[in-house]
Ligand binder design. Structure first.
Ligand code: ADP
Ligand code: UDP
Length: 286
C-alpha cells in the first residue's frame, strides 16, 4: 500500500468518526429536550444554555453549515471527546475545562484594545471587543444594525439583548477557554443580563484608569474613521462612562475582583503590570 493510499484511508477514517460523533450529539440532543441549543445561529436564541456549549463546539467544529443547527440537549448527556470547553461557570465538569472570562474596562481611549492585542499576542486568548462586534453588526443593514449605528454615533449604550447575543455567538465560534471581554459590561443592565443569561462571572476585571484629558487626546488622534471619535461624542462617552460604567467597576471592586492599572504611561509600562495578572491565570488553565 502506498503512503498516499494510507493517508487517504486515515482521512476517511477520521471523517467517519467525526460524522458519527455529530450524529450521536444530535441524537442525544433530540432525546433530551430540556434546553435549547442553537449552535450556529445563537443570535436567534432567546437564552444560550452555556452548560450545553460543549456540544455546540463539537457540532460547530465538525460541521460547516450555512443554515442554523438547532437541537435540544440535556447537560446529563455524556459529552463527546471533542467538547473540550465547558462554558458554564457553574463549576468544573469532569473532563472539561471551565471558561475563564476577564472583563476589560476603562474609559474610552484608556488603552483597552491596545493592551488586549498584546495579551492575545503573548497568551493566545480570545479577545472579544464588544465595540468591534457592534461596529461589524451595524454594517448588516438590519433594523438592529441601524439602531446600533445611531447609538454609537450618540455615544449611548446599546441594549444588552443585542450585545450579549453578539458576544455569545463570538464565544461559541472562538472556542477558547480564556476570553478577554473588552468594553463590556458598560452598565448595570449589561452586567445583570449577561450574568443571568450566561451564568458567567469574570475571574477578575482589568480596569484601566486614565485621566480624561489624556483619553481625549488619544481619541482625537486615533484616526480609525470612527463616527464617535469627535469631540462632541467623546464628551458624551466620558459622561456615560462616569455615570453608567464606573458603578460596574465599583460593584466588582466591592467583591475584590478589580485589578486597577495606571493607564497613563507608555503602553509597554502598562503591559508590564497587566501581563503577570493574566500569566497567573494561565497556570489554572486546563
Ligand atoms: N499607553 C498608551 N499611551 C499612548 N497612546 C496609547 C496608549 N494606549 C493606547 N494608545 C493609543 O490611544 C488610542 C486609543 O487606544 P485604544 O487601545 O483603542 O483604547 P480603547 O480600546 O480603550 O478605546 C489608540 O490610538 C492607541 O494607539
Ligand atoms: O458593550 C458595549 C460596548 C460598546 N458599546 C458602544 O460602542 C461604543 C464604542 O465602544 P468601544 O468599546 O469600541 O470604544 P471606547 O468607547 O471604549 O473607546 C460605545 O460608546 C457604545 O456606544 C455599547 O453600546 N456596548
Amino acid at each position: 500500500m502506498t503512503v498516499r493510499t494510507r493517508l487517504l484511508q486515515q482521512v476517511f477514517r477520521s471523517l467517519r468518526q467525526a460524522t458519527s460523533r455529530v450524529e450521536s450529539v444530535s441524537k442525544a440532543a433530540l432525546e433530551h429536550p430540556t434546553v435549547t441549543l442553537v449552535a450556529c445561529a445563537p443570535q436567534q436564541s432567546k437564552r444560550m444554555p452555556w452548560s450545553c456549549l460543549g456540544y455546540g463546539f463539537a457540532a460547530a467544529s465538525l460541521v460547516t453549515v450555512a443554515s442554523p443547527l438547532e437541537a435540544s440537549c440535556s447537560p446529563a448527556v455524556a459529552a463527546p471527546q471533542t467538547a473540550g470547553v465547558d462554558l458554564s461557570n457553574a463549576g468544573m465538569t469532569a473532563g472539561k475545562a471551565k471558561l475563564q472570562v476577564i472583563f476589560v474596562l476603562g474609559g474610552p481611549g484608556s488603552g483597552k484594545g491596545t493592551q488586549c492585542a498584546k495579551l492575545v499576542q503573548e497568551f493566545g486568548l480570545l479577545h472579544l471587543s464588544a465595540g468591534d462586534l457592534l461596529r461589524a453588526h451595524m454594517k448588516s443593514g438590519t433594523p438592529d444594525g441601524n439602531m446600533v449605528a445611531e447609538m454609537i454615533k450618540q455615544g449611548q449604550i446599546v441594549p444588552s439583548r443585542v450585545t450579549i447575543s453578539l458576544l455569545e455567538e463570538a464565544m461559541l465560534k472562538g472556542g477558547k477557554q480564556q476570553v478577554l471581554i473588552d468594553g463590556f459590561p458598560r452598565n448595570e443592565e449589561n452586567r445583570a443580563a449577561f450574568e443571568a443569561q450566561t451564568g458567567i462571572e469574570p475571574e477578575f476585571v482589568l480596569f484601566f484608569n486614565c485621566p480624561e484629558a489624556v483619553m481625549e487626546k488619544r481619541l482625537l488622534g486615533r484616526q480609525e474613521g470612527r463616527t464617535d471619535d469627535n469631540i462632541e461624542t467623546i464628551r458624551k462617552r466620558f459622561k456615560v462612562f462616569m455615570e453608567s460604567s464606573m458603578p460596574i467597576i465599583n460593584f466588582y471592586d466591592a467583591k475584590g475582583r478589580v485589578r486597577k492599572i495606571d493607564a497613563d504611561r507608555d503602553p509597554e509600562d502598562v503591559y508590564a503590570d497587566v501581563r503577570p495578572l493574566v500569566e497567573a491565570l494561565q497556570s489554572f488553565a486546563v
